[in-house]
Write a protein that binds this ligand. Structure first.
Ligand SMILES: Nc1ncnc2c1ncn2[C@@H]1O[C@H](COP(=O)(O)OP(=O)(O)OP(=O)(O)O)[C@@H](O)[C@H]1O
Length: 455
């Protein structure tokens, strides 16, 4: 059977230098010796001209081969194989036993230490430029340690740990060889031919898969900047927006440019807006999925269907200051939308300063497929938002930096990321107006167009 080039390679105390490296060293050495022999023979020939060319050839060859040899050595010394082998020896990740091996001259028993077991590691590099180190759990004395090498492996490879998957039989440590890059918001960066929402060079999700976004972060952490970028992205993909801004601030201004009818600021307006979003959802169910032949279909299978998103700023503050009757009504609509709107293209995007128990407690939190915590949050806040994880959160200095958890990606662990950077001179409102203008006459045909191009 042909060996997969991208398959894992094994390293333990017992591993020998890989065949390829051994063969390369050998080949270079043999060629060098042959060159040396040819030079020596020719040097004693009679012709001075031949002597000169021989010397020149030998010199050039020597330089070439010494360079090659050093390159190979450096590559080998930096290889995960060599590093892991050194790691196993240095950290004594092997077991020794003492055996008797006959008698010495004085008739005493001769003893020898023999390595009888070792920790086993696998490694491979992926197409996404990730280095995966897998520590095997073989039910031996090294199994308990297999998930505790975070700091040691990071130091070994000089790379921060990117992801970690602790499974029953192994623990995978993933390091990024090419780091994730922050993207810049520009008018040309928007791809309208699919439903993909790109957040960094590597992090993205598709509208509706998974649905619903929860953004939390203290004041000034970058929530509004992120939601503004999301609004441009969702709008340019034909989404219909319902905007609730109890602060009646920038988001309301944006909402009025997009669609005055679906922008709300007072508590009564917000209740009405959410009722309308619910009605939209129910209407879609009736129109698209009432018949038997719609079984298993989603909005993406419906010609001309476009997603809709409810953006709700300062949700926790709203529930704290509004009348209990309105809060109850709004919560009812919101919960209904969160639980039911996925199939008909509905999404809820909620912004909160602090993780709020009414949203984050219980199973409702898990219905938010994208959860984002910006800036430095308290441990409790992160636990409420992401659940208990063994992620070591780093201290965030970067403006717009935070952690993101996308359902079914990265083994459901939060990843560090930086929100798309909005340049100082970026004219957000002008771009918003342009997208609104280009959407207005043919939103439906645009959605059909995307639907056709999306597999
Ligand atoms: N992605 C980003 N690109 C450019 N600037 C950013 C970004 N994120 C944050 N900022 C900067 O940080 C400031 C605060 O960001 P923003 O208003 O988005 O935070 P916020 O969490 O919404 O704050 P508040 O809750 O007080 O409204 C912005 O004025 C902006 O200068």
């Amino acid at each position: 059977m042909k060996k997969d080039k991208n398959s894992f390679k094994k390293v333990s105390y017992f591993s020998k230098i890989p065949m390829f490296s051994r063969f390369s060293f050998l080949l270079i050495t043999v060629i060098f010796i042959i060159g040396l022999a040819a030079f020596t023979i020719n040097y004693f020939s009679y012709s001075n001209v031949l002597k000169f060319f021989c010397s020149l050839l030998f010199l050039t060859m020597s330089i070439y081969f010494i360079k090659k040899w050093r390159l190979f050595r450096r590559k080998y010394n930096r290889s995960p194989f060599k590093k892991l082998k050194w790691f196993i020896k240095e950290n004594k990740l092997y077991e020794e036993e003492i055996y008797e091996v006959g008698l010495n001259k004085n008739g005493r028993v001769k003893k020898k230490k023999v390595v009888v077991n070792s920790a086993y590691f696998l490694y491979k590099t992926t197409e996404n430029d990730e280095l995966i180190i897998r520590a095997l759990k073989r039910a031996d004395k090294f199994s308990d340690k297999a998930n505790s090498y975070d700091t040691l492996l990071s130091a070994l490879f000089g790379l921060p740990l990117y992801k970690k998957f602790d499974e029953v039989q192994y623990c995978d440590y993933v390091f990024e060889l090419v780091p994730d890059k922050r993207i810049m918001v520009t008018n040309s960066s928007r791809n309208t031919s699919n439903y993909k929402i790109q957040i960094t060079s590597k992090i993205n999700w598709e509208i509706g898969s998974p649905p619903h976004i929860l953004i939390s972060g203290s004041t000034g952490s970058g929530k509004a900047s992120l939601v503004n970028t999301l609004i441009l992205d969702y709008l340019s993909k034909g989404a219909k927006l319902f905007i609730a801004d109890p602060k009646s601030a920038d988001l309301a201004t944006i909402g009025r440019i997009i669609d005055k009818e679906h922008t709300a600021t007072t508590e009564n307006e917000i209740a009405k807006l959410l009722r309308e979003a619910n009605e939209e959802m129910e209407r879609r169910y009736k129109e698209w999925f009432a018949e038997k032949d719609s079984f298993g279909k989603t909005w993406k299978d419906i010609d001309g269907a476009r997603p809709f998103m409810v953006v709700f700023d300062e949700y926790a503050a709203f529930t704290a200051v509004s009348s209990p009757k309105i809060v109850k009504e709004v919560q009812g609509y919101l919960f209904n939308l969160v639980l039911k709107s996925r199939q008909v293209g509905g999404e809820i995007c909620i912004l909160l300063q602090r993780p709020d128990a009414s949203i984050l407690n219980g199973s409702l939190r898990d219905n938010f497929g994208v959860r984002i915590g910006l800036s430095n949050m308290t441990d409790d806040g992160r636990r409420m938002l992401f659940g208990s994880t063994d992620v070591m959160y780093k201290s965030i200095q970067e403006m717009g930096g935070g952690y993101i958890l996308i359902d079914s990606q990265n083994n459901n662990l939060p990843l560090y990321f930086e929100t798309p950077l909005i340049p100082r001179d970026y004219n957000f409102l002008e771009e918003l107006q342009n997208i609104v203008n280009s959407n207005t006459p043919s939103e439906t045909s645009k959605a059909i167009e995307i639907g056709r191009r999306t597999p």
